[in-house]
Ligand binder design. Structure first.
Ligand code: URA
Ligand code: SF4
Length: 214
């Protein structure tokens, strides 16, 4: 039975292999309820011809307001990690598993709320269309939500990170690499924890860089 509340993005995804057209169409998506409270859709950034695609979870508060992915604190940390891995941020295609910001209001604050599996599934047609349009060499999944979306199964970042995996149907011939989400690093309070965690993220990105860019 089709859930009227959450039909999934499929019917809003145009048949095109142009990212620009996908991004424009995504503004009309009603595939799940998240469009209702969000400011706007946040689609992607970066060149369609990128060899490296990075997939995050969902836009955060600042991304929701500005309409661009990874422009808040997690994005700044990601930019630092990419630079340390010898990757130019503007050379990669950046997107998210879920295209609208999910949050809870606490007073004036909007607190990030993790998307459910149902949101990931509803939004998947956009990511699938992006994979077809960009045809990256390597897809880096930042965290478990992205990993679940791209690999189509539950993942454990700790156990599977940093390894080049064969992409499943719809993703192959691209290879997939799972790593930590930069937000997880921001949640680590002290520098002694953060530094090695950043080192691991950079090391994973180097593996992806070598595979994608040679
Ligand atoms: N976190 C994400 O996963 N994506 C963004 O765009 C910003 C923060
Ligand atoms: Fe559509 Fe995804 Fe936004 Fe839900 S989160 S309305 S599926 S673009």
């Amino acid at each position: 039975m089709v859930d009227e509340e959450r039909p999934g993005a499929g019917q809003w995804v145009p048949e095109t292999s142009a990212v620009k057209a996908l991004a424009e169409a995504a503004g009309n998506c009603r595939g799940c309820e998240l469009f209702r409270d969000a400011t706007q859709v946040v689609f992607s950034a970066g060149p369609q011809k990128a060899a490296l695609m990075l997939v995050g979870e969902q836009p955060g508060d600042q991304e929701d307001q500005r309409g661009r992915p990874f422009v808040g604190p997690a994005g700044r940390l990601l930019a630092d990690a990419l630079a340390a891995a010898g990757i130019e941020t503007r050379s990669v295609y950046l997107t998210n598993a879920v295209k609208h910001f999910r949050f809870e209001r606490r007073g004036k604050a909007r607190i990030h709320k993790k998307p459910d599996v149902g949101h990931i599934t509803a939004c998947l047609p956009w990511l699938q269309a992006e994979l077809q349009a960009v045809r990256p060499v390597v897809v880096v999944c930042l965290g478990a939500t992205a990993g679940r979306a791209v690999l189509g199964r539950p993942v454990r970042v700790g156990a599977e990170r940093g390894i080049l995996m064969e992409g499943p149907e719809g993703v192959a011939p691209a290879q997939v690499l799972l790593t930590t989400h930069p937000s997880a690093l921001l949640r680590l309070r002290n520098a002694e924890d953060r530094e090695p965690a950043l080192g691991e993220l950079v090391a994973d990105l180097v593996v992806a860089r070598d595979a994608a860019l040679g």
